[in-house]
Design a protein around this ligand. Structure first.
Ligand SMILES: O=P(O)(O)O[C@H]1O[C@H](CO)[C@@H](O)[C@H]1O
Ligand SMILES: O=c1cc[nH]c(=O)[nH]1
Length: 233
């Protein structure tokens, strides 16, 4: 039994969807999984298992930020045998052409965090998505007529940062599509444990145009992305 998830071995599937918000984990389980059972609510960080099209799938909240993702993803990989993890989150678009509700498929994650400097010292590790999952997500999104863009993202340690306008422009100039707060650590841990990981993000706001989705729009577009994740996980 792990410290933070606290489930028994075998209670969690080896295919896991991870939203940041634990209540979204509950929504996903109740909306999309058959026979969903809650295996943890330690600290309110819900985790569920059920089936999707006959296959066992879990949904585990990660919390916000890399330290929280580190705890839950580490326990899934080290103690529960996770083999495929797909983060299903929200992001701020850093480029004007990214419309609200678009899906970003994150090929790689840069960061302003110290987390990988602690691990790698002077080496600048490049946290990257699993190619098979990435390709599957892109092809499935195209088949479903979804607006999806593949590219690198920025995993920020801060949601509210004084230097965001200057940083946003510079990152966009270097090809970065969007900002969120967990993927760098998920991809790094997946590399360490030799498992497959991918991040899918719905654009909930655009940092350049200041557009923002309504709660209803967020829910519907998030559901489309979750179905995409369930198809490929
Ligand atoms: O919607 P989630 O998955 O929580 O992701 C994004 O939203 C949170 C910030 O509001 C951060 O966790 C960020 O990564
Ligand atoms: O981290 C995040 C998530 C959504 N929108 C943002 O602007 N930042």
């Amino acid at each position: 039994m792990s410290i933070h998830i606290g489930a028994k071995p075998g209670e969690i599937a080896d295919r896991v969807l991870m939203p940041g918000d634990p209540l979204r984990a509950k929504h996903i389980a109740e909306t999309f999984l058959e026979g969903a059972v809650c295996y943890t609510q330690v600290r309110g960080m819900y985790g569920f298992i059920g089936t999707y099209k006959g296959k066992r799938v879990s949904v585990q909240g990660s919390g916000m930020g890399m330290p929280s993702m580190h705890i839950y993803a580490s326990e899934l990989m080290q103690e529960y045998g996770a083999k495929r993890i797909i983060r299903v989150g929200t992001c701020g678009g850093l480029r004007a052409e990214l419309k609200l509700k678009d899906v970003v498929i994150a090929s790689a994650a840069s960061t302003d965090s110290n987390i990988n400097k602690c691990r790698f010292g002077p080496i600048s590790f490049a946290p990257s998505a699993d190619f098979e999952l990435l390709l599957g997500a892109y092809q499935t999104a195209r088949e479903r007529g979804m607006r999806a863009t593949v590219g690198p993202i920025f995993t920020s340690d801060r949601f509210y940062s004084d230097d965001l306008p200057e940083k946003t422009k510079m990152l966009a100039d270097y090809g970065i599509l969007a900002v969120e707060m967990e993927t760098c650590e998920l991809y790094t841990l997946a590399a360490k444990h030799h498992i497959q990981a991918l991040t899918l993000l719905t654009v909930s706001d655009n940092v350049v145009t200041d557009e923002i989705t309504s709660p209803e729009e967020r829910q519907t577009s998030f559901n489309d992305m979750v179905e995409l994740a369930l198809e490929i996980v």
